[in-house]
Design a protein around this ligand. Structure first.
Ligand code: IPD
Ligand code: CA
Ligand code: CA
Ligand code: CA
Length: 265
């Protein structure tokens, strides 16, 4: 498989999709709700996913596609080449702020991440990695991640961890929030993952995400030596929903061991 050619195609389509999203800024959005009143989707989320699917099917008819808005294939495994697409990650921010959202696109082969692309459309920042070939922000190669203590760390997480009915006892998170240098919440898993990649934050925690939220970010983070698991310290399968802990090496182990009690819950 020539991943560099696939990567060139993918980046070209992501750039075109970014132009389409920017063009939508001065048009009226059609906003609908999905699973609950805060789970939003717009005509642009759907159009962008369909745009990618059209392009991929034209050039790579044998590849399968997993997309958030459901225009791709229904998958029960990641056999072969699978594109995993979130056309707009951070739809609520896209609607309310016209910033702090991203396109997230990954290509996996037999469950292994090969290409990860995350495009911060509002800032013109394209993060991309091919497995084994380095990770970049636009044309600048990102340095490998180095160790960091909790006391020196900024941790990205959103306030849903305080809500009831979460599968994790939220009391476990309180010491981490108290001891960290600071916490941040951006409302876009894809960008929060690349913020770990660039060192803007040191770790990102989420209680529940879907494969399209994390597939591209995982390729970029792992290329830099960062660690991606669920909150029990187990690998993700990129097919089911799961919790997420992304962090610098060392910091990841400390959070799992000393704060999340190595998943003994
Ligand atoms: C959401 C964002 C958000 C995260 C949610 C995701 P969407 O993605 O990544 O930060 O907290 O769980 O669903 O729906 O805007 O693509
Ligand atoms: Ca969504
Ligand atoms: Ca998402
Ligand atoms: Ca989305």
């Amino acid at each position: 498989m020539d991943w560099e050619i696939i990567d060139l195609h993918a980046k070209q389509w992501v750039s075109e999709a970014g132009d389409k999203i920017r063009d939508s800024f001065n048009k009226t959005l059609n906003i609908q709700t999905k699973s609950n009143p805060n789970d939003l989707v717009t005509n642009i989320d759907k159009e962008i996913e369909q745009f990618f699917i059209h392009k991929i099917r034209e050039v790579y008819p044998n590849h399968r596609i997993l997309g958030e808005e459901g225009f791709g294939d229904e998958l029960s495994n990641l056999d072969g080449v699978v594109w995993i697409i979130d056309p707009i990650d951070g739809t609520m921010n896209f609607i309310h702020q016209q910033r702090n959202f991203a396109i997230s696109l990954a290509v996996y082969e037999n469950g292994i991440g090969k290409i990860g692309i995350i495009y911060d459309v509002a800032h013109g920042e394209l993060y991309h990695a091919i497995n084994g070939k380095g990770a970049f922000m636009n044309d600048t190669q990102l340095p490998s991640l180095s160790k960091r203590t909790v006391k020196e760390s900024i941790i990205a997480l959103n306030a849903t961890w305080v809500m009831e009915n979460q599968r994790i006892d939220h009391n476990l998170i309180i010491p981490l929030v108290r001891e960290a240098r600071g916490t941040r919440s951006y409302g876009t898993a894809a960008l929060e993952m690349v913020f770990v990649a660039t060192g803007r934050v040191d770790a990102y925690i989420s209680m529940r995400l879907s494969p399209w939220d994390v597939a591209a970010g995982a390729v970029i983070i792992e290329e830099l030596g960062g660690i991606v698991t669920n909150l029990r310290g187990k690998k993700l399968d990129f097919l089911s929903n799961d919790s997420l802990l992304v962090a610098k090496p060392g910091l990841h182990q400390t959070i799992i061991k000393d704060y999340l009690k190595e998943g003994q819950w």
